[in-house]
Ligand binder design. Structure first.
Ligand SMILES: Nc1ncnc2c1ncn2[C@@H]1O[C@H](COP(=O)(O)OP(=O)(O)O)[C@@H](O)[C@H]1O
Ligand SMILES: [Mg+2]
Length: 182
């Protein structure tokens, strides 16, 4: 499993199924800067996973953090189809993240795993901490674009778990207009 930033491999840690997510070197960056960036991104990602769990959102458990890699529990699941129920749950989870000041940064169905009946949020690799409405609206907008029109309502209704959802909805409207006229 390899994305642009990281390589994810399966393994075992303390007898537990795990995955190791390793942030790979970017050849075009100066070595020292690249290392420093990867280390700080790795730490932020681990912190986000931990805080997401404290916020009541199911996600992998961080088992170990090194300079460039995070060892976390393996979630035995697959990408949800995003039916009405799953979309509502995805909205609710995003609201809980935002209540905790966590911006996911790439909130799409590709970064949600369904295991049994539970949804887990993964890949906080582009995430950060912020309480800005604009940042939250971009998370909402990102998922909306990926969803079938029929289930967008359910996603938005789930998102009402975020205390200031009204302001975010207004900003999402603005963003869609901006995009339409761009
Ligand atoms: N904890 C995990 N349990 C199971 N599979 C995982 C886990 N973390 C990542 N994966 C798998 O690896 C893929 C890539 O990981 P991800 O964190 O999304 O990195 P990126 O998209 O930045 O490459 C995911 O789409 C998923 O299939
Ligand atoms: Mg991903």
């Amino acid at each position: 499993m390899r994305g642009a930033e990281a390589v994810v491999t399966r393994g075992v840690f303390l007898k537990r199924q795990c995955v190791v997510k390793n942030r790979i070197a970017k050849k075009y960056r100066i070595k020292e800067i690249d290392s420093a960036l990867r280390t700080s991104r790795t730490k932020v990602e681990a912190r986000l996973l931990h805080r997401a769990k404290m916020a009541g959102v199911k996600c992998p458990i961080v088992l170990k953090v090194d300079d460039f890699s995070i060892t976390m529990t393996y979630i035995n699941g697959k990408r949800p189809k995003m039916n009405a129920g799953e979309s509502e749950e995805a909205g609710k989870m995003l609201g809980l993240l935002h209540n905790a000041g966590i911006i996911h940064g790439d909130y799409t169905p590709a970064n949600i795993l369904k295991s049994g009946n539970a949804l887990f949020v993964i890949d906080f690799g582009l995430g950060y901490f912020s309480h800005h409405i604009e940042d939250m609206a971009v998370d909402v907008y990102t998922m909306l674009r990926a969803l079938d029109g029929k289930v967008q309502k359910q996603f938005l209704s789930g998102y009402e778990s975020y205390k200031n959802h009204g302001a975010v909805f207004a900003r999402v409207e603005q963003i869609s207009k901006r995009v339409r006229y761009a």
